[in-house]
Design a protein around this ligand. Sequence first.
Ligand code: 13P
Length: 254
Amino acid sequence: MRKKYVIANWKMNPIGSREAGDLFRKIKSKVQKFRNVKIIICPPAIYLKQLSSSYSGNKIFFGAQNSFWEDKGSFTGEISPLQIKDLNVDFVILGHSERRENGETDEIVNKKIKKALGAGLNVILCVGEKERDDDGSHLHFIENQIRACLSGVSKNNTSKLILAYEPIWAIGKSSEFSMKPSALHQTKLFILKILKDVLGADGMKIPVIYGGSSEPTNSGELIEEGEVDGLLVGHESLVPSDFIEIIKIVNSAK
Ligand code: 13P
């Protein structure tokens, strides 16, 4: 059975390294037994070194929430993908809607993806529409995002990509506002078709995960009926008991 992903996006939380350490300790103490999931924690970059150097196990991986499109130089405040890699961090989230909201375009995400892959990072590429409508224009929107973000990305890199489908209208709410599993399944199939078109047959092997108000109450159906390869979890990844419960559900999903 192919492993599923549970990825924590802590966003700009928590405030303080002590709290970050506590949160991570609570998670790591409970995850060793879950064999069918790959767990990736993406804290604010400022905590990456502290957390990754405090962990010597093989169950949890780390990711950054952003990286820049150049390796080094005069780019005040930016973080190089090489600097992330240097911390033994293997993943980076790129193109999150909360960054796009602040001006990040598909072209910028595309440049960042190429540099991150060049640095040896695995990329968790986020796409997703603001709203859905009956005539299906959200599908064109998703398609355009994927094509633009992956433009010029070599087919050799497919094993280093994860596609996170995060419809913006479902982010940061509660499970009752989350996406319905049947709609998720259809969207996943559509995304795979585009990935195949862009990257060839191996594009179909890219894990497609879902993000947007995943909670213990809906995680099972999102995975089993939505048939996605994992979840990108926001607010519930800050609540250790709920996050562990989500991991448990995904771990035992068929
Ligand atoms: P929520 O789980 O809080 O909806 O956030 C989803 C998300 O944006 C993860 O990247």
